[in-house]
Ligand binder design. Structure first.
Ligand SMILES: [Mg+2]
Length: 201
């Protein structure tokens, strides 16, 4: 089967890493509980920054946020490696800006994710992801952003999952909180298929 994954805040804990970096750079400690209460993606408001200042802060620090020590979510690397070992295809679909695409692909590889360069899509807008997902005929797709997931309703055969964060709890589509859950989802789907074949006892 074909599996598609967003990267930031789906496979790697980017916003929380940026939150810690902002705290250091701005010398301003903010309770992590406040971060986990955010109902929108941007984090600048926690540091008293305006939208413009927040945009500037993000842009000025993007290389450090993207390409230093951002941790993958628990079990993400292991589960994706397992998918590839089991013969599945793993695609990455990230809306990072075009100038960061090559370095992002290399960083993902160095981090231990299984990356086939031919299955790495980067540099589109959030709303353009749906076109790639349709063209690839993905079976499964995982993302954290409501703005992306809401565009996928027009693909009835796609199994779309939301990676749980504080700003997507209103979505009612299936949810992954820890990546180890994906293996259980697949096992359940597999069992369902066997039962569906009308096995006679
Ligand atoms: Mg994301």
């Amino acid at each position: 089967m074909k599996f598609g994954f967003d990267i930031d805040d789906t496979l790697i804990n980017l916003r929380e890493f940026a939150f810690e970096l902002y705290a250091k750079k701005l010398n301003k400690q903010v309770d992590i509980a406040e971060f986990h209460k955010l109902t929108d993606v941007p984090i600048h408001s926690l540091f008293g920054l305006t939208r413009e200042e927040g945009g500037q802060m993000w842009n000025d620090n993007r290389s450090e946020i993207y390409f230093t020590a951002c941790p993958p979510f628990p079990n993400a690397i292991e589960v994706l490696q397992r998918l590839v070992q089991d013969g599945h295809e793993v695609y990455y679909i990230t809306a990072r800006a075009p100038e960061f695409c090559e370095q992002t692909r290399d960083w993902m590889l160095a981090a231990g994710f299984p990356v086939d360069p031919d299955k790495f899509y980067c540099g589109m807008s959030d709303t353009e992801k749906v076109h790639i997902i349709r063209k690839l005929e993905l079976d499964y797709y995982f993302d954290d952003k409501p703005a992306v997931l809401e565009t996928l309703a027009e693909l009835p055969l796609l199994k779309a999952y939301v990676k749980d964060t504080s700003y997507n709890r209103q979505l009612t589509i299936p949810r992954i909180t820890d990546w180890h859950e994906l293996l259980a989802v697949l096992q359940a789907a597999d069992t369902g298929e066997v039962e569906g074949q009308g096995k006679v006892n």
